[in-house]
Design a protein around this ligand. Structure first.
Ligand code: DX5
Ligand code: ZN
Length: 217
């Protein structure tokens, strides 16, 4: 299925070597690069912010897909645009004004995404579907890589009904493996984020496992 995109999450890469990790995983077939930004407030973990995203931008030749797990979002939109994000995704749970946030992301020249935690229903995004290019369905509680998968295939199907013929990606994030991917694809997901399942067993000096892992999903 050529329309399926695999987006490795650099959360599972070597944090001291992001440039070479991105180049390796792109050479091995990654369609997008997924970048997880955490603030220690919206989620119980910290990663990095706009300066690092800007520094890795020149290593990305595909699509830089930036997933914000931060609250608030709006004060940082311009900084992520300046950092070179192609897609900027905000959580619907991150504040009371997701409509304004999505407008601002597009207004800053990026594609706009909206993410849903496992406990949040598909209808939470029903009235912003004309403002977004991507809906990210979390299949773990955000904050960490390598967690076990929470089945959200019913939510994916419901989202596809709500989206109708709009050109909106449905992305899955968390616990994606060759075992969990097929039912998500069948339900209508077209972008699969995978961290641990892509990076396991490989390294920048031995990147072939990254390619085998990508093809296995
Ligand atoms: C989780 C992040 C995910 C994470 C996925 O909070 O948003 O992108 O890196 O990692 P795996 O694929 O290992 O579940
Ligand atoms: Zn993510």
């Amino acid at each position: 299925d050529r329309s399926l995109k695999i987006a490795p999450s650099i959360l599972s890469a070597d944090f001291a070597d992001f440039g070479r990790e991105i180049e390796a995983v792109e050479a091995q077939g990654a369609d997008w690069i997924h970048v997880d930004v955490m603030d220690g407030h919206f989620v119980p973990n910290l990663t990095f912010g706009p300066p690092l995203v800007k520094a890795i931008r020149r290593h990305v030749t595909t699509v830089m897909d930036v997933h914000l797990m931060i609250a608030p979002v709006d004060p940082y939109i311009d900084a992520f645009a300046d950092a070179g994000a192609d897609i900027l995704t905000a959580h619907v749970e991150a504040g009371p004004h997701i409509h304004r946030t999505l407008q601002a992301i597009r207004g800053a020249g990026m594609k706009a995404g909206v993410a849903l935690n496992p406990g949040t229903p598909a209808v939470a995004v029903e009235h912003v579907l004309d403002l977004c290019d991507l809906v990210c369905v979390m299949t773990v509680n955000p904050g960490f890589g390598g967690q076990s998968f929470i089945d959200m295939t019913a939510k994916v199907r419901r989202l596809r009904e709500l989206i109708g013929d709009r050109p909106v990606h449905v992305e899955i994030d968390g616990g994606v493996t060759p075992v969990t991917a097929p039912s998500l694809r069948a339900a209508g997901a077209d972008v699969l984020v995978a961290g641990s399942a892509v990076f396991k067993g490989g390294s920048v000096t031995d990147p072939a496992p990254y390619g085998a892992n990508i093809r296995a999903i």
